[in-house]
Design a protein around this ligand. Structure first.
Ligand code: FAD
Length: 222
């Protein structure tokens, strides 16, 4: 069994400058103010649009991200309806095969919940979780040995199982996603996946989305 950290990364994002221009052109169409476009006008224009709540203009640019997270977190991600998803299938992936190194991969519980492994209570919880992961893997592999298909054996796989999910939202939906999923009311592992650097600082600049396009996300209080 492998234990890994969650990862989020953008896949082939459009150049930031292109996104700025596209959104500025779209937004200025409403006011017929294209004549006011200059080389540096887009960011301030977009700030004003966001301040006014005219967020539909942000729907003209889509961004795709890859999340490596657990199945529990992925279930929360796919509840967002205004997007497209492609997800690793536990029906078609058989983790006993060589390309999976013949083992399951799980997302580390200790980092998501910020366990202090010098604290006996956290250590005990972590050891119990690891034992459960080992058991699940053993039962899964045994079912396959007994002739079960991957889609049968997956029934014993844990919520902590690693999954890969490709997510495409427009910028407006990413803003909505970040507002909900980086909030402290969200599940700690969801916050960790939505905002990978949150443990270090509530600093939007560390998020891959906000690194790509700061003006689109800088007003969010997450
Ligand atoms: C802290 C937290 C706890 C949660 N707990 C639970 C839980 O216990 N059980 C549970 O089932 N879910 C739970 N959820 C999931 C939640 O109910 C939503 O399904 C999820 O957050 C998707 O967000 P959304 O519905 O705002 O919008 P999205 O699907 O992301 O859509 C974006 C926006 O588009 C609009 N929209 C989309 N579809 C429609 C529509 N059909 N009609 C009108 N407007 C629409 C809405 O304004 C919506 O906010 C939880 C979410 C959070 C953040």
């Amino acid at each position: 069994m492998k234990i890994i950290e969650p990862i989020v990364e953008l896949i082939n994002p459009p150049p930031y400058e292109t996104a700025l221009k596209t959104i500025e052109i779209a937004g200025r169409t409403c006011y017929q103010s294209g004549d006011k476009m200059t080389d540096g006008s887009a960011e301030d224009f977009i700030r004003r649009i966001v301040e006014r709540g005219h967020e539909s203009v942000l729907e003209h640019i889509g961004l795709t991200a890859r999340f490596i997270c657990d199945r529990g977190v992925s279930h929360e991600i796919v509840r967002h309806r205004i997007g497209a998803y492609s997800q690793e299938s536990t029906r078609y992936c058989n983790y006993s095969m060589d390309r999976f190194d013949g083992e399951i991969t799980v997302i580390d519980l200790a980092s998501g919940f910020k366990y202090d492994l010098n604290n006996p209570r956290d250590l005990a919880k972590y050891q119990e979780w690891m034992a459960a992961m080992d058991d699940a893997e053993r039962h899964y592999m045994r079912m396959l040995e007994l002739g079960a298909t991957a889609e049968e054996a997956r029934s014993v796989l844990p919520s902590s199982l690693k999954t890969a999910v490709i997510v495409t939202y427009d910028i407006r939906e990413w803003r909505h996603f970040l507002r909900l999923r980086c909030d402290k009311a969200a599940h700690p592992q969801m916050q960790q996946a939505a905002h990978p650097q949150m443990q270090q600082a509530a600093n939007l600049a560390k998020n891959p989305l906000t690194q790509w396009g700061p003006v689109f996300f800088e007003d969010l209080e997450v």
